[in-house]
Design a protein around this ligand. Structure first.
Ligand code: ADP
Ligand code: MG
Length: 404
């Protein structure tokens, strides 16, 4: 009886919403049910290591059992330490306890695009209310719509890779926006972003490096496909793993690269290269994998880094084939080196932002010596085309710009 009374209070769909058309109404309901039922788990990591301890620590800070407040938790560390990975793991673990959830990825990158923040606000509103028709005319209009609606639901919101306060203001400007029991998880490289005065009750969680045992495990998974290194390479593996300084991204890239090396001599010389590059910073160290690629593989890698992260592979594949490359094999090589991955659900190229920036730095360094192969920022493209005097060579579908 009580349950029926409760159910009677839940507002549903009425025929008025579809001007009396029953067929249309059924379509709307089926679509809604499918989006609710098809909540898939996010892919976390190929070979998770040390994730359970990190997860347990974070769960303590999140304190999801406590329903008296909303709470904002910031995960911070340098890039490549595993913030996004941990946020996905915790999202999978706790999302079922909330009325609605939203995981917003790559905020730093998207926010820099035209209308980027508005598109993120739309994503948030879509994820929480499954309403495709929401119109947002400006960032402040978006803020108004979020405030107006979001308080009615206990939400789990993950804001991944925030790098300035305006992004936070647009998506979760104040704890008062959210109802009790809601949790907002922010990942950032910049701890100061979390110090916004209106974000009362926020908690910080600093993600630390993997310890030496975990580092060796992660390296071994990628270099040998198992948790411990081959006995023959045990000592050298420890040295390589320690050169990664507990950074999962570096362990993954080094492991994938050493996978191809079979002799002691090859290992020694690669280790030496790593050590030499280390003083010059992380990008130089990661660049060792890029340097080992052949010329066409390098071009495909740089194209993806500059243009195709977040894009499907089909169109660029046609372009690369037109250039006489063998994109299918090349993409496999790049994936094997852990430089690129393809999202299983969306089929889009993915690349860690450190790797992408390393690729873009390579192109920018070429530009300093008068070679300009790729332009990806609107203002730079305009500047080059208007002011620099360029010769554009078209090779099949491929292009090369030479500054004169
Ligand atoms: N605990 C972990 N176990 C295994 N791999 C990890 C772990 N944490 C991170 N990684 C891997 O390291 C890389 C960088 O992690 P990511 O979460 O993207 O770092 P961040 O968000 O801090 O830049 C990813 O490829 C991820 O799969
Ligand atoms: Mg990240």
């Amino acid at each position: 009886m009580g349950a029926l009374a409760e159910a009677g209070k839940i507002s549903g769909y009425t025929l008025a919403a579809t001007n009396g058309y029953e067929g249309k109404l059924i379509q709307v309901i089926v679509k809604r049910i499918l989006t609710e039922v098809n909540k898939t788990s996010l892919f976390v990591a190929k070979h998770p290591v040390g994730l359970d301890c990190r997860l347990a620590d974070l769960m303590e800070v999140l304190d999801v059992e406590s329903q008296d407040l909303a709470r904002i938790v910031g995960i911070h560390s340098m890039g490549g330490m595993g913030k996004t990975t941990l946020a996905k793991a915790v999202y999978n673990q706790i999302s079922s306890r909330f009325d609605a959830c939203s995981f917003i990825s790559n905020i730093r990158e998207v926010a820099n695009q035209a209308l980027g923040l508005i598109s993120l606000q739309k994503q948030l509103l879509y994820d929480v209310f499954k309403d495709e028709n929401v119109k947002i005319s400006s960032i402040s209009d978006g803020i108004g719509k979020i405030i107006e609606r979001i308080r009615g639901k206990k939400v789990l919101l993950v804001l991944d890779d925030i790098d300035n306060k305006s992004q936070l203001d647009a998506l979760a400007g104040d704890l008062d926006w959210f109802c009790s029991g809601s949790r907002i998880i922010i990942t950032t490289r910049y701890k100061h972003v979390l110090k916004a005065p209106r974000l009362k009750h926020n908690e910080d969680y600093e993600l630390k490096q993997l310890d030496s045992t975990q580092s060796l495990q992660l390296f071994s998974w990628h270099a040998f496909g198992k948790e411990v290194p081959d006995a023959k390479f045990a000592k050298l593996s420890k040295e390589v793993a320690s050169a990664a300084a507990g950074l999962p991204l570096a362990l993954e890239i080094f492991g994938s690269h050493f996978f191809n090396l079979k002799t002691d001599k090859e290992w020694q010389s690669m280790l030496q290269k790593l050590k030499d590059a280390q003083d010059k910073g992380l990008h130089e160290t990661l660049k060792i994998s890029y340097d080992a690629l052949d010329t066409d593989e390098k071009k495909v890698f740089l194209d993806i880094a500059c243009f195709f992260v977040g894009q499907q592979r089909e169109l660029p594949t046609l372009m690369w084939e037109g250039c006489g490359f063998f994109p299918d094999i090349t993409i496999k090589v790049l994936m094997h080196e852990s430089l690129v991955s393809i999202n299983d659900d969306t089929g889009e190229f993915e690349m860690h932002d450190h790797i992408r920036d390393m690729g873009r730095n390579i192109v920018q360094a070429e530009r300093k010596v008068g070679k300009c192969s790729r332009l990806w920022k609107d203002d730079e493209t305009l500047d080059v085309l208007q002011n620099k005097g360029v010769r554009v060579y078209l090779f099949n579908y491929y292009y090369q710009l030479n500054l004169i």
